[in-house]
Design a protein around this ligand. Structure first.
Ligand code: PGA
Length: 252
């Protein structure tokens, strides 16, 4: 059965002492509380090795924010799936809208990244979402369908069940504006329906679909209570233990 998940995407925030302090506080929190969801963090890549040491008993699973579509070689600055797997990092966020917008990532590249992650035993957190313009033009369902099909539908049924999907409307990321629980539910049900059509209901029901975009302690419970929302991918509110733990507790 699919899991409830709260995942923190730190983006390009925190210097080393700050990152270490947050990880240590998160470990202390996690040891002192039983939670009804799995907790993941995606710190900047330079801290992944340390994160794996701090969370040595998998109290929190560690994800990278990015992964190369290439397996190895002359790609200055890139981090390969094999490198991440050799650190025992659990997975990678793939296809975040900031990567699409600022680094030109297309659904085709994203699809390659998902494949290479899976080949190396990493869990992809595949992100999709429509822009404000696409929503205003009432094209959001269509956009999500196209993104989902291009990025995921070449996978086998066995592979797709290993993928976590994060629906993140671009207009809600870092803006303070959140999708209403109904808007989130509509898209999540749409994504699950597309997967059910292609792979069957059983496969679709195994896949966790997270919502991301200005999730806060004050709105997490309502969003997570929607039937097809299995948790959240959290940006700004994952940067301190008070907010992040309050979001984790939305599942209690
Ligand atoms: P936000 O970011 O929570 O700061 O809106 C979410 C994300 O980009 O994953």
């Amino acid at each position: 059965m699919r899991k409830n998940i709260v995942a923190g995407n730190w983006k390009m925030n925190k210097n080393h002492p700050e990152a270490k302090e947050l990880m240590e506080k998160l470990l202390e929190y996690k040891k002192g509380h039983s939670t009804n969801c799995e907790v993941y963090i995606a710190p900047p890549a330079v801290y992944l090795s340390e994160a794996k040491n701090i969370f040595a008993n998998k109290e929190i699973l560690v994800f990278s924010q990015e992964i190369s579509a290439h397996s190895s070689g002359a790609y200055t600055g890139e981090i390969s799936a094999e490198m991440l797997a050799s650190l025992k990092v659990e997975g990678s966020i793939i296809g975040h809208s900031e990567r699409r917008k600022y680094f030109g990532e297309t659904d085709e590249i994203i699809s390659e990244k998902i494949k290479i992650a899976l080949e190396n035993g990493l869990i992809p957190i595949y992100c999709n979402g429509e822009t404000l313009e696409e929503r205003k033009e009432n094209r959001h369902l269509q956009v999500i369908q196209q993104q989902t099909e291009t990025a995921l539908f070449q996978l086998s049924a066995e592979q797709i069940q290993k993928v976590i999907i994060a629906y993140e409307p671009v207009w809600a990321i870092g803006t303070g504006e959140t999708a209403t629980p109904e808007q989130a539910q509509e898209i999540h049900a749409h994504i699950r329906g597309l997967i059910a059509q292609k792979y069957g209901e059983n496969v679709a029901n195994e896949i966790s679909i997270l919502y991301g975009g200005s999730v806060k302690p004050s709105n997490a419970k309502e969003i997570f209570s929607q039937p097809d929302v299995d948790g959240g991918l959290i940006g700004g509110a994952a940067l301190n233990v008070e907010n992040f733990s309050a979001i984790i507790e939305a599942f209690n």
